[in-house]
Design a protein around this ligand. Structure first.
Ligand SMILES: Cc1cc2nc3c(=O)[nH]c(=O)nc-3n(C[C@H](O)[C@H](O)[C@H](O)COP(=O)(O)OP(=O)(O)OC[C@H]3O[C@@H](n4cnc5c(N)ncnc54)[C@H](O)[C@@H]3O)c2cc1C
Length: 401
């Protein structure tokens, strides 16, 4: 049986492990974190992700805690006027054959972990960073180090699922060095108990508010008991880029109030309802021409980190898992061929997501004049054309590569 080592047990690593194991590959997953904390806040799982979850038999499990928002509502920050109100629940599910869900990251991670832990072909060890690797013919040696203990694992392939700050990527593309750059924006994230949130925020909707140099997104998660709120503002980042876990850095709510001071009362009420904010400075890395070199490849944020403006971070990672499974079924004993086929299935779309996410971020933060033109264009588009715009993203992936 083919054996592959997975460096990283985030959403990408766990999904890829399940998908490969279904197609007859034995997987050893290692994560550097001593414990896989139930960290994070809300994530969007659009149809391109939930389709894969259905295929892996996990969709019903996810539905236990996820919310399927009935609508997508886009509003103007300064006065709360509705720019677009799009039915998105049943309409999107009928159109794409899979739902658009919103979920707490911990609930998604828990469902994936449960499935990984009972799978006979997958092992998972935490507190085990992959520190280097070597290729010897058709064999990859992954070196691990934990508490001064070193060990080496020989396998037929190594997958870097080690996130935005991937070391596997840095070793594969050594000529690029550390090419992360700060994207000039900070995302402020919080979860508000639904009982403490203003009534409008409890509706079953994904809400996007637009303003100059700032936007706000909110939706209910965990069966509607929590409201996930993300406020993204253009700002300087003065913190350390090397902080071990940027997901847990607290932000001062007084600083967040300033960019929203001239926004509508409703938006300010929601921001004020949340006392505990975490800040997430946004970093990007330019696209890589190739993700795979022989028996080594990259998935998820390690391969194609995208800014969060199309809400495709987790979805792209999940689509990678699907593509790896398909490629493994086609090339059951040739790992370099599996990885090359996976890359052909995914590279073009992931590149486009990176590009369009960045463009979307600029459009969301337009100043007053350009913002008026944007709002007018969105209004005149109508529901059908608005939905058409998502087809390339949410539609069925091309399986012919
Ligand atoms: C703690 C955390 C909280 C998050 N919260 C949110 C959120 O609230 N909303 C949102 O939209 N996105 C969130 N994200 C990001 C989102 O999960 C990812 O952008 C997306 O799911 C792609 O995931 P990934 O698996 O490629 O990378 P990641 O989720 O970053 O996972 C990478 C994994 O690799 C491990 N790792 C790193 N280096 C090594 C190594 N050398 N050896 C072994 N393991 C290694 C890390 O410990 C981590 O578990 C979060 C990510 C993390 C890690």
């Amino acid at each position: 049986m083919r054996h592959v080592v997975m460096a990283g047990a985030g959403i990408a690593g766990l999904t890829a492990a399940l998908s490969l194991a279904r197609h007859g590959t034995k997987i050893s997953v290692f994560d550097r974190a001593p414990v896989l904390h139930e960290a994070g806040a809300g994530l969007q799982l659009p149809p391109n992700a939930t389709r894969v979850m259905a295929d892996l038999g996990l969709l019903e499990r996810l539905r236990e805690t996820a919310v399927r928002p009935d609508r997508l509502r886009i509003r103007r920050g300064r006065d709360g006027a509705t720019i677009v109100d799009l039915p998105f629940g049943a309409a999107a599910e009928a159109r794409y054959g899979a739902p658009l869900l919103v979920i707490h990251r911990a609930d998604l991670q828990a469902a994936l972990l449960e499935a990984v832990r009972v799978h006979p072909s997958i092992t998972l060890e935490t507190g085990q960073p992959v520190t280097s690797f070597a290729v010897d013919g058709a064999t990859v040696i992954a070196n691990l180090s934990s508490e001064g203990q070193n060990r080496s694992i020989a396998s037929d392939g190594l997958i870097g699922a080690d996130g935005l700050r991937s070391s596997i990527r840095s070793w594969l593309a050594a000529d690029r060095g550390d090419d992360r750059t700060y994207a000039g924006r900070i995302a402020w994230r919080t979860l508000v108990p639904a009982a403490d949130a203003p009534a409008f925020a409890r509706a079953s909707a994904t809400n996007l508010w637009l303003g100059s140099d700032a936007h706000l997104v909110h939706y209910p998660v965990r069966g509607g008991t929590l409201i996930n709120v993300v406020a993204i503002v253009a700002d300087r980042w003065e913190g350390s880029e090397a902080a071990p876990n940027l997901w847990t850095v607290r932000g001062d709510p007084a600083r967040l109030k300033k960019p929203f001071a001239a926004w509508s009362r409703e938006a300010r009420d929601l921001i004020e309802a949340a006392p505990d904010w975490r800040i997430w400075p946004l970093f990007e890395r330019p696209p890589l021409a190739r993700w795979s070199t022989g028996p080594i490849t990259l998935v998820g944020d390690a391969a194609h980190p995208a800014l969060p403006f199309l809400a495709q971070g987790a979805a792209g990672a999940i689509e990678d898992g699907w593509a790896l499974g398909l490629a493994a079924a086609r090339h059951p004993s040739d790992t370099p061929a599996t990885f090359a086929a996976y890359e052909r299935l995914r590279h073009a779309k992931a590149d486009r997501v990176q590009r369009e996410s960045r463009r979307q971020g600029s459009v969301y933060h337009f100043g007053a004049v350009a913002g008026m033109a944007r709002d007018l264009a969105m209004r005149s588009m109508g529901q059908r054309r608005m939905l058409d715009r998502y087809d390339w993203l949410y539609g069925k992936p091309a399986a012919g590569a």
